[in-house]
Design a protein around this ligand. Structure first.
Ligand SMILES: NC(=O)c1ccc[n+]([C@@H]2O[C@H](COP(=O)([O-])OP(=O)(O)OC[C@H]3O[C@@H](n4cnc5c(N)ncnc54)[C@H](OP(=O)(O)O)[C@@H]3O)[C@@H](O)[C@H]2O)c1
Length: 294
C-alpha cells in the first residue's frame, strides 16, 4: 500500500470488474476521485468467467482490493440459461476470490435483494433467511457463498444511476411515446441511487470492513410509487402512471420477483456507519444530472 504524497489517506491499488456497467462505472469514478489507483475492466477486457484470465489479471495488476461489479443482470434472461447464470454470477466470484487469496487482496462483491423470497412482513436484515425465487437470485446466492468471511458483501437493490438502463431511463422513454404508463404496485423495495451506493462501498472498502451489508438509500416504495416520483422529478404529471398488479403484466415476466425486498441496513447501523439519505431526497438530483448529460 502506498501513501499518497498529497493525501492523508492510504492510496489503494483497486481492480474494478464489470466497470462498463451502471454501478461499475460509478465505482471506478468514485474510487479514482478518492485518489486510488484504479484498474477498471469491462467484460471485453476481463471476463470473470475465465478462471485463467482472472488469475493472470490479478497476478499482473496485484490489486490490494478487488471490487466485483461484473454480473449477468438480465433477470428474465437468466431463467433461460441457468448454467450461464451460475457461471457468471456464481462461480466467477470463486475465481476472483481464489486469485485474490493468492495476491493477498480484499474482495468487495455486490449482490441483490432477490436472494430473499419476499414473504417477510417488514424489511430484511442481513442475517434473515435467504430463499431466492429466480435463477438470477439463486445464481447471485451461489456467488455470495464463494466469499471469505473477511470479504465485504454488499447487497443492494433497485439501483438508478447516470449510466445504463434503469427505471428513470425507462420512464423517460415510455413517457415520450405513451400517454399512460403502468407500474406494479405489489412489489416493494428499496430504491437506491448509484453514486450514493458507490460512495458507501468506497467507505467500507477503505476500512476493509468485512461481512454482509445491506446498502440502499433509506425509505421504501413500490415500483408504482417510484415511477410516480420519477415522473414528478421529470416535471411530468405523476397521475399518468397507473398502478397494476404483477399478474396484470403483459407479457408476464419469466422470473418471479419478491413481493417485498426492502433491505434493512442493520449492519451499517451496528457498525456506527452513516446511512444513505432517503431516496426521495436524491432522486431529483439524479434526474437533473441525467438531463444535463443527455
Ligand atoms: N442494478 C440494480 O438494481 C442492482 C440491484 C441489486 C444488485 N445489483 C448488483 O450490482 C452489480 C452491478 O449491477 P449493474 O446494475 O451495474 O449491472 P449492469 O449495468 O448490467 O453491469 C454489469 C456489468 O457486468 C458485465 N459483465 C457481464 N458478464 C461479465 C463477465 N463474464 N465478465 C466481466 N464482466 C461481465 C456487463 O458487461 P456486458 O454488458 O458487456 O455484458 C456489465 O457491464 C451486480 O452484481 C448486480 O447483481 C444491481
Amino acid at each position: 500500500m502506498v501513501v499518497g504524497a498529497a493525501q492523508e489517506h492510504l492510496v489503494m491499488r483497486v481492480l474494478v470488474t464489470g466497470a462498463g456497467g451502471q454501478i461499475g462505472r460509478e465505482l471506478a469514478e468514485v474510487f479514482t476521485a478518492a485518489g486510488h489507483e484504479v484498474n477498471a475492466t469491462t467484460s471485453a477486457s476481463l471476463d470473470v468467467a475465465d478462471r485463467h484470465a482472472v488469475r493472470h489479471a490479478l497476478r499482473s495488476l496485484a490489486p490490494e482490493v478487488v471490487v466485483n461489479a461484473a454480473a449477468w443482470t438480465d433477470v428474465d434472461g437468466c431463467e433461460d440459461d441457468p448454467d450461464r447464470a451460475a457461471l457468471v454470477n456464481g462461480r466467477s466470484v470463486g475465481h476472483l476470490v481464489e486469485a485474490a487469496q493468492e495476491v493477498g487482496a480484499h474482495v468487495c462483491h455486490l449482490s441483490t435483494d432477490y436472494v430473499f423470497d419476499g414473504r417477510k412482513l417488514g424489511p430484511y436484515a442481513e442475517d434473515d433467511e435467504v430463499n431466492p425465487l429466480s435463477v438470477y437470485g439463486w445464481s447471485k446466492l451461489v456467488g455470495e457463498r464463494e466469499l471469505r468471511p473477511d470479504d465485504t458483501l454488499v447487497r443492494t437493490a433497485w439501483v438508478s444511476g447516470r449510466w445504463g438502463r434503469n427505471v428513470v431511463t425507462a420512464i423517460r422513454q415510455q413517457a415520450a411515446v405513451a400517454p399512460e404508463l403502468s407500474f406494479v404496485a405489489d412489489q416493494r423495495g428499496s430504491p437506491t441511487i448509484a453514486d450514493d451506493l458507490a460512495a458507501k462501498i468506497l467507505e467500507l472498502t477503505e476500512a476493509r470492513t468485512g461481512g454482509v451489508f445491506h446498502v440502499t438509500n433509506q425509505g421504501e416504495a413500490t415500483w408504482f410509487e417510484l415511477a410516480r416520483a420519477v415522473m414528478a422529478s421529470l416535471g411530468l404529471a405523476p397521475e399518468r402512471v397507473r398502478p397494476i398488479t404483477t399478474a396484470e403484466l403483459d407479457p408476464p415476466r419469466r422470473a418471479v420477483r419478491p413481493a417485498n425486498s426492502v433491505l434493512d441496513n442493520a449492519a451499517l447501523r451496528r457498525h456506527g456507519i452513516a446511512l444513505l439519505p432517503h431516496w426521495r431526497e436524491r432522486l431529483d438530483q439524479l434526474v437533473t444530472t441525467m438531463a444535463a448529460n443527455r
